[in-house]
Design a protein around this ligand. Structure first.
Ligand code: ADP
Ligand code: MG
Length: 725
């Protein structure tokens, strides 16, 4: 029995938006209802436990057993009131998505019944038998088991009937096996390095906080059409498909009216997210048809990243209730925009002073300049490894395309800040710093506007852009865990700040004022970055590729090769000095990255070959046979002449069938050869070549879609997948 494509399309078109009842409460009333937040801590914990727990959260003190028991008691009470039956440690292994293993709260009571139990030990630490998660050889080599430990800076939450405890995932020998651990280490590293500098400006500063506001892009497709596409189901993207005549040329989807079915999904998602304490703020249609975006209000990076992981899970679950499947792949459809996850990143002191935004007076602006310039220098020094931190088999399809950041990391400053930096190079270091606009423009002064209001000055082609009060790391992929990119960025910034502080101290020892010492230290840095990492031009242009090479920026485009940037001497020095990764962890993670790369391409290649042989060739042969019969019949009845068009079509289709078959076979053989290679890196490079073969095999298939009778085509086409009514 064959699938009736038209039936599926009609059914998808006829689906109506699901009624989502409006919540009877205001958002503020149910925000965080499912989170064991500070308000619940106050309600359910005794004062002593509460105080001890807050010390752990705010000052990073370790959690002792008595406190853990006290917290567990209160949590259990809250959980039972909310009909919780299970608990799980919730963690972020080096796979995609999160991991959980549920344990029921019940225990035998010795009298033939059961009771609910939950104590400090099961809150604080667990040893899931999680031996199948990727670890890059760490666990095999050292025979170390892995354990999960509660991260008290990330609040516990309830999902359905389960109490979820956010945890780190570590080997007994101490190596991180997850995304969260290095992110937390990097937040501490950047806090320590930054706070030491901030105290020169304000001695009250104890800590510097790291903020993240992510913008999650995604596609939705109808679940019935999705189910008829083996490539979407198995690889998350379409491996074949001719362009729809209309796609995004008219720009009519971007910020357009949100289709009813989608709006219903978004509404339900937002209510659930708010209940989980995730402050979703923005929702809109994106550029490509069926593409959407959402963003929360930014928050502490560790928590905000947990929330992003949680939202990705929520989206997957809720979409199905509305008859959709969410595509988080960076490039589900060729020829139209892919999806990213802009990471808006900034630092701020625990006294409430943002460090990436202009200040209210000269001192605050001097502090802003200090951090602004050092971030740029950090990005310059480590542009190769920053690119590696966002690289993956899936994001590779998006980078370098003319809709996404190019495969070269550069920083966009905007006209104002570029001018400020150039000005600093020209003037003496004791030149007054003024707030622009307050006084008449004066050539002699360093002028910084109070706020950057000019949003038109934004450059969409830049992978790392300053946007007034933060940097936007735009190269991160939609399916990624932001922690990979943020840990690298934080480590690079922390290292640069340590070096800067040393140089600054030397200047201060000479008896210079703070401003003169700071500007004297910043000037040589500005001179190095201003025409290297700083680039306000068009990142998509051909010239930029050459220009970037001339500037010494990393222009590598092969993903497996990019990963090597993690283990260069400069990267190892940066990561170990800041304590973000050990050398062993770096090597292990590269093994994991290569392995995942290999498997992703391998799966795609297999699916592609199967579809070529089981779907495409049979449909093309059937049509060709029909044409042949027609020509034969025509010749029998009408004599020799006629049928020029049909014969031409038969020749073309015949040629394409042969090409599909040849390319599929040569790709199969290339896979066989690649699989005999020993090292992960060598195999990954061989699979990099296979990734190109997948695209080559796609071409004759998409051509066949153009010629073969629409009735016979076995897969939903782009025009059917991409326009939700
Ligand atoms: P745009 O599309 O214009 O970049 P959005 O509103 O879609 O803006 O997303 C911007 C994101 O940046 C939001 O998550 C917002 O909370 C976050 N953000 C704003 N200011 C900061 C900041 N200082 N630090 C980190 N993130 C920020
Ligand atoms: Mg943005």
């Amino acid at each position: 029995m064959s699938i009736d494509r038209f039936e599926l399309v009609r059914a998808s078109f006829g689906k109506k938006a699901q009624a989502v009842g409006a919540p009877s409460q205001k958002s503020s009333e149910y925000f965080g209802a499912c989170v064991f937040d500070r308000a619940k801590m106050r309600k359910y914990l005794d004062p002593e436990t509460l105080e001890a727990l807050l010390e752990c959260i705010d000052k990073g003190h370790p959690l002792d057993r008595a406190t853990a028991d006290g917290v567990a008691r209160g949590m259990k009470e809250w959980a039972l009131e909310n009909h919780v039956t299970h608990i799980t440690h919730w963690f972020q292994p080096l796979t995609e998505g999160t991991a959980e293993k549920h344990d029921s709260l019940i225990d035998l009571d010795g009298k033939g019944g059961v009771i609910e139990t939950f104590d400090g030990s099961s809150l604080a630490q667990q040893e899931p038998d999680a031996s199948s998660f990727p670890n890059g050889g760490i666990r095999a080599t050292f025979e170390a088991r892995g354990y999960t430990a509660w991260d008290p800076t990330s609040p516990v939450f309830i999902q359905e009937d389960t109490l979820c405890i956010p945890t780190v995932f570590i080997a007994y020998t101490g190596e991180a096996l997850d995304y969260k651990t290095p992110l937390k280490r990097s937040i501490n590293a950047v806090s320590d390095a930054a706070a030491a500098i901030c105290r020169l400006f304000d001695p009250r500063v104890n800590k510097v906080r790291c903020y993240l506001g992510w913008e999650q892009e995604y596609f939705l497709v109808d679940e019935d059409l999705y189910a008829a596409r083996p490539d979407l189901m198995i690889t998350g993207r379409t491996l074949m498909g001719h362009m729809s005549s209309k796609n995004q040329q008219l720009g009519d989807h971007y910020f357009g009216a949100i289709p009813g079915r989608v709006a219903a999904f978004m509404r339900e998602l937002e209510v659930e997210a708010l209940r989980l304490g995730i402050p979703l703020k923005t929702r809109h249609n994106e550029v490509a048809p069926n593409q959407f975006e959402m963003a929360p209000i930014y928050g502490d990076a560790n928590l905000s990243n947990d929330q992003n992981q949680l939202v990705m899970n929520l989206m997957n679950n809720l979409a199905r209730k509305h008859g959709f499947v969410v595509l988080l792949h960076e490039k589900p459809f060729a020829g139209i925009n892919g999806s990213g996850k802009h990471c808006n990143w900034s630092l701020g002191t625990d006294t409430g002073r943002p460090l990436m935004a202009p200040g209210r007076d000269a001192a605050e602006n001097l502090q802003f300049l200090t951090f602004f310039v050092n971030v740029l220098m950090a990005v310059q020094r480590h542009n190769g490894v920053l690119k590696a931190s966002i690289a993956s088999a899936t994001n590779a399809h998006r980078l370098g395309g003319h809709e996404a950041p190019p495969a070269i990391i550069s920083a966009f400053l905007g006209r104002t800040m570029s001018a400020v930096l150039r000005k600093i190079l020209e003037v003496p270091s004791d030149t007054p710093i003024r707030i622009a606009g307050k006084k008449e423009r004066s050539v002699g002064l360093i002028e910084i506007p109070e706020i950057f209001v000019d949003n038109t000055d934004r450059n969409r082609t830049s992978p790392f852009a300053f946007t007034g009060n933060r940097f936007e790391f735009r190269a991160v992929g939609s399916s990624a865990n932001c922690a990979g990119a943020l840990a690298t960025l934080n480590a690079a910034v922390a290292e640069q700040l340590l070096d800067f502080k040393k140089a600054l101290d030397a200047e201060l020892e000479k008896g210079k004022t703070l401003q003169v010492a700071v500007l004297d230290t910043l000037k040589p840095i500005i001179a190095q970055i201003i025409d290297t990492i700083c680039f306000d031009g068009n990142g998509y242009s051909e010239e930029w590729q050459q220009e970037a090479r001339r500037r010494g920026l990393d222009t590598e485009t092969r993903v497996p090769e990019m990963f090597k940037a993690f283990t260069t001497p400069e990267s190892v020095a940066m990561f170990t000095r800041t304590g973000v990764y050990t050398e062993k962890e770096l090597a292990a993670r590269n093994e994991v990255k290569w392995d995942i790369y290999i498997k992703k391409v391998q799966i795609e290649s297999r699916v592609m070959v199967r579809m070529a042989i089981n779907h495409i060739i049979p449909a093309a042969v059937e049509y060709k046979t029909r044409l042949l019969k027609e020509v034969a019949l025509n010749q029998q009845v009408m004599g020799q002449d006629g049928c020029g068009t049909e014969i031409e079509l038969i020749r073309r289709i015949g040629g394409l069938i042969e090409e599909v078959s040849d390319r599929a076979e040569s790709m199969r053989l290339a896979r066989k050869r690649a699989n005999t290679l020993e090292g992960e890196y060598d195999r990954a490079m061989a699979y990099h070549a296979i990734a190109a073969q997948i695209e080559e095999l796609r071409r004759p298939i998409d051509k066949l879609e153009e010629f073969v009778d629409n009735q016979l085509w076995p897969l939903p086409k782009y025009r059917e997948l991409l326009f939700i009514s």
